[in-house]
Ligand binder design. Sequence first.
Ligand SMILES: C[S@@+](CC[C@H](N)C(=O)[O-])C[C@H]1O[C@@H](n2cnc3c(N)ncnc32)[C@H](O)[C@@H]1O
Length: 278
Amino acid sequence: MNQPLRHAHDQMFSDLIRTRTGIQLPVHRRQMIESRLRPRILAVGAKGFDGYLAQLFDNGLLEEELPLVIDLLTTNKTDFYREATHFDVLVREIVPEAIRRSAPIPPRLKIWSAASSEGAEAYTIAIVLAECLRAGKNFFYAILGTDISQRMLERAQRAIYTKEQLSPIPAELRARYTMQGRAPAHAGTARMVPELRDRVQFMHLNLMDRTYPVDRDVDVIFLRNVLIYFGAEDQASVVSRLVGHLRPGGYLIVGHSESMVVSHPQMKQHSPSIFRKT
Ligand SMILES: C[S@@+](CC[C@H](N)C(=O)[O-])C[C@H]1O[C@@H](n2cnc3c(N)ncnc32)[C@H](O)[C@@H]1O
């Protein structure tokens, strides 16, 4: 393929991924992009990355391939109890304050894990809230997990994790909130108990969409470790749309490396990576 055409396809691809997902793919990281897409390059029988891009843009494969491309290009790294101070704030401040505010009626907390990957964040929230209930606090809660990656959402819905993935959960809580699979196929894995699975729902949602089909009185939105992949303009629009889904006094929690990203007239900084809607 001649160089100008190759360059044009690279740029078209990078622009397309940016507008559809927010993710910035620097053209100079071609090798990394190519290696992530290798399974699709092989699956469609393309001649290398150039051949694959030609199939997408010139042979009409684009819309069919796009969800699979997104699955391969998103970085889905997550952990139970990742950036654990956020869960401490949830338990020590947000829950008690919600209980005080709605007394004598128990509050109904709505929590949204807005880039949930395979569910570790949503289930960590479910575990810490279940522990609050055990400790005698009186409230209801529902957790929504959303992500752009279908592959991650399927895993989140199954709620089956390897022992290694579950290792950050304290042993006592792991025993209480996970159950070991008996079938040989499930050796070395455990599943979240139904009591937690009932509280967590997962749904496909692209943060780049103009509107989100989510309630507008959410108490806490976890938006952690996703904005780092976006450019400044997309970061600001996503934050602004999400703020519209928080109730007044609601919290937006971003990753520790992302606190600089939240600059919104309605959001006041509570602590480095936690913001509160005025
Ligand atoms: C690195 S993971 C972070 C997971 C979790 N929030 C955490 O902090 O552990 C980033 C997630 O953002 C998702 N993502 C990327 N772009 C997205 C978009 N436009 N809309 C929704 N989710 C997106 C990816 O699929 C991935 O699962």
